[in-house]
Design a protein around this ligand. Structure first.
Ligand code: ADP
Ligand code: ADP
Length: 237
């Protein structure tokens, strides 16, 4: 479970990006955080894996106080929390399979990554993750030969192979066309249901949020202005 208690995030320049956030997210929820650009969605998401440190209140993940974590503790937290970005963050000049492999094996020595030495077991795990998002046939294709939607699926497979219990996705469909965006949302929904993974995505596209997530949280000026089941949200949000 993720728990925010009176969380405040003030950036070094003094800007208060999160104000008095109280929020509980249970295991296996599929949450969409909606709001205009600059509302604080990305800040909120990035506090969960400590990409940003909070400046007030407390935040815990599975009863661990995130604020207290240092080096090793942060790495452990991030192994349990997969993160997906709008820009995919893939290595475009190597194969899909290699992109998945280099990122999910924890503490892999640099030379093994460089030389591309992986065990059969590791390869199998990576291939299974690709199969889960429907791009097994692209395993040996270079990432720069894939469409945007396929690249986002590679990013999703890479995260799945890491076997996290939580996936955070920061505007994962913002740069995709409407049809592809829906397909990627379908993937999230299926993964949420099949593996009981907690999924929290930032999305400015309200209809997509309502159609796929089970809970929708509205953020405005660093505050939560709405929190409810997707089927209860009205038009005005
Ligand atoms: P969203 O994801 O909803 O677009 P963000 O969380 O990125 O919003 O940003 C929330 C607010 O915090 C914005 O007004 C933004 O300009 C500000 N902000 C983001 N990062 C920083 C930073 N490093 N320093 C100061 N202000 C920031
Ligand atoms: P933190 O201090 O929590 O580590 P970062 O320094 O990583 O935050 O800031 C994240 C990014 O947010 C920065 O690269 C910065 O360019 C961007 N940013 C967004 N809005 C603003 C803003 N209003 N002022 C400064 N930086 C901002």
């Amino acid at each position: 479970m993720i728990e925010f208690r009176e969380v405040e995030k003030r950036y070094p320049n003094g800007f208060l990006a999160l104000n008095q956030i109280n929020l509980q997210i249970e295991q296996a929820e599929f949450v969409a955080i909606i709001g205009l650009s600059g509302a604080g969605k990305s800040t909120l998401l990035r506090c969960i894996n400590k990409m940003h440190g909070i400046t007030g209140g407390s935040l815990s993940v599975d009863s661990v106080d995130v604020h207290q974590l240092k080096g090793k503790g942060i790495r452990k937290l991030r192994r349990n929390i997969g993160m997906i970005f709008q820009s995919f963050n893939l290595v475009t000049r190597v194969s899909v399979l290699k992109n998945v492999l280099v990122s999910f094996v924890p503490n892999m020595p640099f030379w093994r990554k460089m030389l591309g030495i992986f065990t059969k077991e590791e390869k199998l795990k990576a291939l299974m993750a690709l199969d889960q998002v429907g791009i097994l046939d692209k395993a040996y294709v270079r990432v720069d030969q894939l469409s945007g939607g396929q690249q986002q699926r590679v990013a999703l497979a890479r995260t799945l192979a890491q076997n996290p219990s939580i996936i955070l996705a920061d505007e994962p469909v913002a740069s995709l066309d409407p049809v592809t965006a829906k397909q990627v949302m379908e993937d999230f929904k299926r993964i949420n249901q099949e593996f009981n993974m907690t999924i929290i995505i930032n999305i400015h596209h309200v209809e997509l949020a309502l159609a796929y997530a089970t809970r929708v949280i509205g953020v405005r000026s660093g505050e939560i202005i709405f929190d409810g089941r997707a089927c209860e949200v009205d038009e005005e949000i």
